[in-house]
Design a protein around this ligand. Structure first.
Ligand code: 5GP
Length: 206
């Protein structure tokens, strides 16, 4: 009988406004067994965001205290706010054979990559910078100053895309989703996640 495989760590990065949250929500809806790593942040909640679902919203003092206790698998300062992924829930989910998805920036992705080299790093690219700016404006949640900061940060992030395992261009959402889904499913087929499968088959040899 085929036994359970180890969990996959999937890291999704992109410049903000690229559509990664929409793509990740779709993946989580199709694969309910996925565990989403809920990050902590010091930025204030946007309209509709719920504490404990979208993020854990912390004060700067609380974030720094937790960081010093080794609470985070990775952390980064993005647009003047701190963001971090709690370590313990991730390790627990992986030990249970669950796949864990992180939606984090490139600095965080690089840190997770160092501690978990087999993590699959996927970068979502916008079709163009003009389209990215249009989407950020259309979101209607950020001030002009924040949009300008996000646009200059976007090119910085895209400069890091070269070391990711997979690129997904989000021009058409359905096509981008198919690519993301394919990359995820392919990553679950790595022999290192279930080396016992082939051992078990060979043990059946007569
Ligand atoms: P936003 O404020 O738009 O939700 O997120 C801003 C950026 O921070 C995005 O690139 C997002 O992926 C990233 N981010 C969110 N959570 C984390 C985290 O836990 N760690 C790191 N390194 N980046 C994060």
């Amino acid at each position: 009988m085929i036994q359970q495989r180890k969990g996959v760590v999937l890291i999704i990065s992109a410049a903000s406004g690229t559509g990664k949250t929409t793509l990740v929500k779709r993946l989580l809806a199709e694969f309910p067994n996925f565990a989403y790593s809920i990050s902590c942040t010091t930025r204030p909640p946007r309209e509709g965001e719920v504490d404990g679902i979208d993020y854990y919203f912390l004060s700067r003092e609380e974030f720094i205290a937790r960081r010093e206790q080794g609470y985070f698998a990775e952390w980064a300062e993005v647009y003047g706010n701190f963001y971090g992924s709690p370590l313990k829930p991730m390790l627990e989910k992986l030990a249970q054979g669950q796949d864990v998805i992180f939606e984090i920036d490139v600095q965080g992705a690089a840190q997770v990559r160092l501690s978990i080299p087999e993590a699959q790093c996927i970068f979502i690219l916008p079709p163009s910078l003009a389209e990215l700016e249009k989407r950020l404006r259309g979101r209607g949640t950020d001030s002009e100053e924040v949009i300008a900061r996000r646009m200059s940060a976007a090119t910085q992030e895209i400069r890091e895309a070269h070391w990711f395992d997979t690129w997904v261009v989000n021009d058409n959402l359905d096509i981008a989703y198919d690519c993301l889904r394919a990359a995820y499913v392919a990553s679950t087929l790595a022999p290192t996640l279930a080396p016992q499968h082939v051992r078990a088959l060979l043990a059946q040899e007569k």
